[in-house]
Design a protein around this ligand. Structure first.
Ligand code: PEP
Ligand code: MN
Length: 254
């Protein structure tokens, strides 16, 4: 599933699915540009503070699946527990991802592993919010233990108490450690959550490509400033196309 050709493997779509029209509009625009391999959209959103938008919930699964079918793009969403897995599988979501706040908790990762046992659905595992390589390795081992063969890791940066230009500091050495722990494992960079601003998407993506990562996961919204979550870091489909055109894929010497 997660293969790099002469181009990076591209996962794009809004932080959150907000309405049937919103996800359909974004999926159509992404499909038209032809760069996207997988359509992302959050249904259940793990927000840091309560009383903010926590996702549309189960009703959005059908919207995401329908938008993907129409645009001829497979779909992916975040799951954090067995109920999410069950509902996403039933709705026909093609790929599941485990979010950074879930990867830190081995109980939750094991619950997800148990729920997907025997399905062989492709899974993407984001790094834990803490800069802890072992937790990331352990989560991948738990998913491998569930018999999943199509696995990718997503590097989305790490929480830090220090104020930096990043929303989540990249600590590039940690994904390098993961590459050494699992040679050949596809690693996708999420410059949206590392940077937290639109301006940082291009330089972070370029760095990831220079490190020979497999692909990119980028948050794309047709009206970023009106987005119900992560408004500052989402880009329009046109802006995204432009960013991808600027990324240079260099020949890496083995
Ligand atoms: C997301 O992808 O929208 C998300 C919540 O990401 P993370 O788990 O990396 O914070
Ligand atoms: Mn987000």
């Amino acid at each position: 599933m997660f293969k790099k050709t002469d181009k990076p493997y591209i996962i794009a779509g809004p932080c959150s699915v907000e309405s049937e029209q919103q996800i359909d509009y974004i999926a159509t625009a992404l499909a038209k540009d032809g760069n996207t391999n997988l359509l992302r959209g959050g249904i259940w959103k793990p927000r840091t503070r309560p009383n903010t938008f926590e996702g549309v919930g189960s009703v959005g699964l059908a919207w995401l699946v329908a938008a993907g079918k129409k645009a001829k793009l497979p779909t992916a969403t975040e799951v954090a527990n067995a109920k999410h897995v069950e509902e996403a599988l039933k709705a026909g979501i093609d790929v599941l991802w485990i979010g950074a706040r879930t990867t830190v908790n081995p109980f939750s990762v094991q619950e997800i592993a148990d729920a997907i046992q025997g399905t062989n659905i492709p899974i993407m595992i984001k790094n834990p919010i803490t800069p802890d390589l072992d937790l990331w390795v352990g989560a991948i081992e738990r998913i491998q233990g569930a018999g999943v063969t199509d696995i990718a890791a997503i590097h989305r940066g790490f929480s830090s108490y220090e104020k930096t230009k990043y929303r989540n500091v990249p600590n590039w050495g940690i994904p390098v450690g993961l590459m050494q722990a699992f040679p050949g494992l596809p690693i996708i960079c999420d410059p949206s959550h590392i940077g937290g601003t639109r301006e940082l998407i291009l330089p972070i993506s370029q760095k990831a490509m220079d490190m020979n990562m497999t692909g990119l996961m980028v948050e794309v919204h047709h009206e970023p400033n009106k987005a119900l979550s992560d408004a500052q870091q989402q880009v329009t489909p046109a802006n995204f196309k432009n960013i991808l055109e600027k990324i240079i894929i260099r020949e890496l010497t083995p």
